[in-house]
Design a protein around this ligand. Sequence first.
Ligand code: GLA
Length: 560
Amino acid sequence: MTDIKKFLRKSKLCPVCTAKKLMASTQIHLNGADRFYNGTALTPPMGWASWNLFRNHINENLIEEIAEAMKKSGLADCGYIYVNIDDCWMSSTRDENGRLRGDLATFPSGIKALAEKVNALGLKLGIYTSNGTLTCEDLPSSLYHERTDAETFAEWGIEYFKFDFCHNIPIPTNAPEISTVTLTKPGCSDGIVLHAEDAELRGDAILLTDEKMAGTGRYVTGLEAGGGSMYFNNVDIEESGEYALTLGLHKAGLKDKYLEIVVNDTDVYTLTEPGTKGFSHDGRNQITVNLKAGRNSFKFHNPVASRMDSAAKQYRNMGKELQRATRLVAEREGREEKPICFSICEWGKNRPWIWGHTAGNLWRTTPDIKPFWTSIIGIYEATVLLYKHSGVGNWNDPDMLEVGNGKLTDDENRAHFSLWCMLCAPLILGNDLRKFIRPDGTVDTENKVLKIVSNKDAIAINQDARGIQCRRVKTNGLTDVLVKPLENRELAVCLLNKGPKEMSVSFNIKDIIKESFVDLPDASEYEVYDIWEDEEFEIKASYTAKLAPHSVKLYRIKAD
Ligand code: GLA
């Protein structure tokens, strides 16, 4: 077995399995009304992040130096604008108001001050936490603190937020069993009591009796996992306003439960009910809801049927909180809104390509990248299949770049960068940008890594306004031909040699233009620009190139 195959097996990135899963999945509609849109990432975001190279060894000076190097080296002019602090920036304790704060020793000036410094360079600051109780490095995180943390980040002026998945607690698929619903005005003890036996039941919802309960002992069960729902329609309320909604519950089972209450078809309230070891058979759970004068309707159900539903809901929630927070802070401070580019990082576990566009701007498609060829190719193999899910404002994210890290050769660095450009991947550098600046303060324009990541023609393919992810039109396992339609009916073509030996790779432009997604015009000749060689030549139909091991050829083609 080749190294690549081993890597794919090990990391569960088998392309065939992924393809099968994809076929079983529902097709998404990228321009659907439920699309997450905040005006950011209209082309794949570009910047730098601390994790790939620096891991937990970060501090405010490093971040500032990187921002300065990004500016000085010319990378900012190439489009790299985000300076993202990954894991390990936070103190292990929240402040007295329950807010996250920078580590008191390594980020002593605080994150807001750092954001201001980065902004002064014309750049934007990004930050990280996890959609779990702790980050992957076991520091405080945002699950159950979404509103507070989103507001904190907005107040700090953060403009990119990566939300990881370590220490995640999924939303339960079980639902509470409901005997009564009581609506009371604050300060009043008398309320309207709705009984389970009077509810309209749909799907799997059924009425059962437990004689050990108080009252009639009747309760509704079967509201779990999207299977059943219970309704009270036409509930007359005299006065509009806030009401306490108290659920009378049948207590049973050790598992945690989750319930959504939809009031008047629009307002969704959620509650969780812990598993019970208590003696009583009846329990209660209470929330406050807003009701209108006149007839009100109530729906009770738990729509979460799977881990995927849970992840999608949690990420959507954070996306909404970020949007709410940036609006709120802009209003409060009387300044322009700074939207936060929202990066979903749940490693492709719950098929985020299906729902990611409803939750955020980009979503990781795989587990973590490593600075070696098999990792890069494994991630590419998984992501190249996901072309239909990516588009303007909502992108597949094959992870941050390793260009310039580890022992990657020049060819491998160029190939990695080219593939990410073709995939419409976020171009988030992961290397030490300070190395691009000589000790005397001048830019090392001969630095091979700088030359790669600042190649404007390669970047133009990534940043093309049409935002169409490449498709693989030809493969023999070891070599691939990828094509990506560009503006002005031009086309990017990338030839890839994944193997350890030199290989010839050919393509016929006349065959490629037959692909329905390609709109390069039919012509007698085509102008080809070889981006890495900086050479132009013409082709009529078929063309063959010799590719060194682990390398690419990257062309921009237009009809002559
Ligand atoms: C996960 C993410 C990485 C990085 C680390 C930080 O592994 O996938 O990209 O953010 O956590 O701990």
